[in-house]
Design a protein around this ligand. Structure first.
Ligand code: KIV
Ligand code: NA
Length: 265
């Protein structure tokens, strides 16, 4: 297949073709994802939890992400590789530019950062310097200390309005893509309908332009954390790692995943 590019993501949204995404942390799994036709592969700072064994993502460094980006890039041929800016690597535009440059030079094609507000300047700064940006709103795991845990966001009317406004703001600032994590399905659908850029949901219902899951979760591995309701074990039905990735891709493209039971009211 032809390589997935930043413009092709927007084309997929326009044509109603779902974007299939998984997190990935090494070359062998990346190769399987490539064979399974995963569109977007994310080196997430979730690696702090699923690979490093931390209780949150806060301990992950720029060097950690860069290392895994280089590993994953060697396993990919056509999938688009996204790298997470870890905690405080996006605290200033200059720091974000330094880290993002290293990630792109290691093989990423886009960086992801959490939040809006002061991060809008960071998104704008990177966008103006030819660095594609994926925004991330809703439950932002780097906010865990302020939030006091991992909870659904945007449930109250005021919070929903704020999230909607933030979604428009990140798109205006130049974000090419938006991850929505743990937001009510109806709100995620509304944001998806109002924005030109594609949305990628995780715990955000079936109405997004694409879906992402943490690889370890969808392979049914016990991470030592409570399994959220939006997770489905695809290894159980796929029978092998490659079968799980393929089953996931087919389920997302065919509209079978996520179902209503994987979302929040
Ligand atoms: O770090 C990560 O795995 C993520 C995804 C859950 C979107 O940010
Ligand atoms: Na992340």
């Amino acid at each position: 297949r032809p390589p997935i590019t930043v413009p092709s993501l927007r084309r997929m949204k326009a044509e109603g073709r779902r974007i299939v995404s998984l997190t990935c942390y090494d070359a062998s799994f990346a190769r399987s994802m490539e064979i399974a036709g995963i569109d977007l592969v994310l080196v997430g700072d979730s690696l702090g939890m699923v690979c490093q064994g931390h209780a949150s993502t806060l301990a992950v460094s720029v060097d950690d992400i860069r290392y895994h980006v280089a590993c994953v890039a060697r396993g990919l041929a056509t999938a688009l590789l996204v790298a997470d800016l870890p905690f405080q690597a996006d605290a200033t535009p200059e720091r974000a530019l330094d880290a993002s440059t290293r990630f792109l030079q290691a093989g990423a094609a886009m960086v992801k950062l959490e939040g809006a507000g002061p991060k809008l300047d960071v998104i704008r700064f990177l966008h103006e310097r030819e660095i594609p940006v994926c925004a991330h709103l809703g439950l932002t795991p780097q906010s865990v200390l302020r939030l006091g845990g991992y909870k659904v966001q945007g449930r109250e009317e005021a919070a929903a309005q704020r999230l909607l406004a933030d979604a428009h703001a990140v798109a205006r600032a130049g974000a090419d893509l938006l991850v929505l994590e743990c937001v009510p399905s109806a709100l995620a659908s509304r944001i998806t309908a109002e924005l030109d850029i594609p949305t990628i949901g995780i715990g955000a219902g079936p109405g997004c332009d694409g879906q992402v899951l943490v690889m370890h979760d969808m392979l049914g591995l016990d991470s030592g954390h409570r399994r959220p309701r939006f997770v489905k074990d695809f290894l159980a039905e796929g029978g092998s790692v490659l079968g799980a990735f393929t089953a996931y891709a087919e389920a997302v493209r065919g509209g079978g995943f996520p179902g209503p039971e994987h979302g929040y009211e």
